[in-house]
Design a protein around this ligand. Sequence first.
Ligand code: UD1
Ligand code: MG
Length: 465
Amino acid sequence: MDDVAAIVLAAGRGTRMKSDRAKVMHPVLGQPMLAWPLAMLEDVGVSRLVVVIGSGREEVMERFAAVPGIAFAWQREQRGTGDAAAAGMAELGDFHGTALIVCGDVPLLTAGTVAELVAVHRRREAAVSVLTAVFADPGAYGRVIVGADGGVERIIEARDAAPAELEERRINSGTYCVDADFLRGALARLDCNNAQGEYYLTDIVGIARGNGLPVAWLDVADNDDIKGINNRVQLGEAEAVMAARVRRRHQHAGVTIGAPGESVTIEAGAEIGTDTVIEKGATIAGDSVIGSGVHIGQGAIIRDSRLGDGVKVRPYSVIEDSIVEDGVVIGPFARLRTGTVLRAGARVGNFVETKKAELGPGSKANHLSYIGDAEIGAGVNIGAGTITCNYDGFAKYRTVIEDGVFIGSDTQLVAPVRVGRDALVGAGSTITRDVPENAVAASRSRQTVVDGRGMASRRERRKDG
Ligand code: UD1
Ligand code: MG
């Protein structure tokens, strides 16, 4: 949007969060609270973006430094929203367009709502336009007093309000469009004669009216949009609303979510193909990309991973930083750690842990194994209980298993080691040296047999004694 500069107020201490962290860094659905208004403003397409920071500013700057076009304004002392807006305006220099002011603690605000506010502001040729809502129980929100002419007369904070004013149910969302030139002058005139001893941005409304300038307002269509987060109860509520929105978006795009839907968490960065089914209690986190026709079982956790089409993730499997190709079957109770690559049709069964390991097409490790720092070819069978011994207490070493190999159950592969194509390793072996192509390797001790000394004879002896 041409000529609209956004100022995001995010310097507040967030006292009511009872936290050592800056309020805007608390996560909402896997992203710091502040990430949400910033993403929203990117959708709106503002021409400039200033974030006012104070408490915990190093952490905030570091996390958001890479946002395109972002500038930070440092509010050294948190003296109220009016003072914060002034810090933001100082960063904008002699900008003459429309200042869009939003709060960093209102993560549910949508680009559509903000665009509508800008449209109202322009249509009414207002000096200030306030995004408002009507709440049955307006609680601690600032009350919006609308005058006889239909414009906003003033905004009064709950703590400063007289009982009659507290009855007012239209509230201030903390989102405004303001003519930048008017704002500059009005901010210079604010005082802090109020219950909190702070410079209230909301007082610019009274100043505009005093100058005979129009102040417009717009009630949000969805009250959830403007829910501010001041404590952890509100944090939890906002996250629930956000999670429901993300789920709904995927449902409309062809993803089935098992009941109860609230138990399924899908973070905003995830992409999911059609006809994928996600069962209760599952989580898809980070920048995961899930294909079509995938089945994600109950309680599975998938983070920052790519799953191809038709993959089956059985219940309670955990997959992180991994690549899983089409038709792979995982779990139940499998753990794929960072750097796992499962090629098409591979299988990793229950109580199998993998790390920095590639399993070639159609290869299987179906039970109770650890496969780390390993490269496994196509059509390999890894028997139950196989362990790659990749660590000697100092460094990690690789295990290479070529195509078509059969590894018998309960084998230890002491890396670095290579098992050649089509080789067979006998069950119970400890493999410390490379196995040539098509060879048989076994390292277990030879079996002894003593006839007639089994359990039956032992029971006999016990009875006699
Ligand atoms: C503010 C509004 C209130 C509105 C509510 C909506 C004022 C005086 N009141 O109250 O009318 O109903 O938002 O959620 O504006 N901040 C700074 N520096 C400061 C103080 C605050 O950057 O010195 C930032 C905070 O980080 C926060 C935002 O401004 O993101 C709002 O501040 P907060 O203290 O939460 O104001 P509310 O009491 O919620
Ligand atoms: Mg607030």
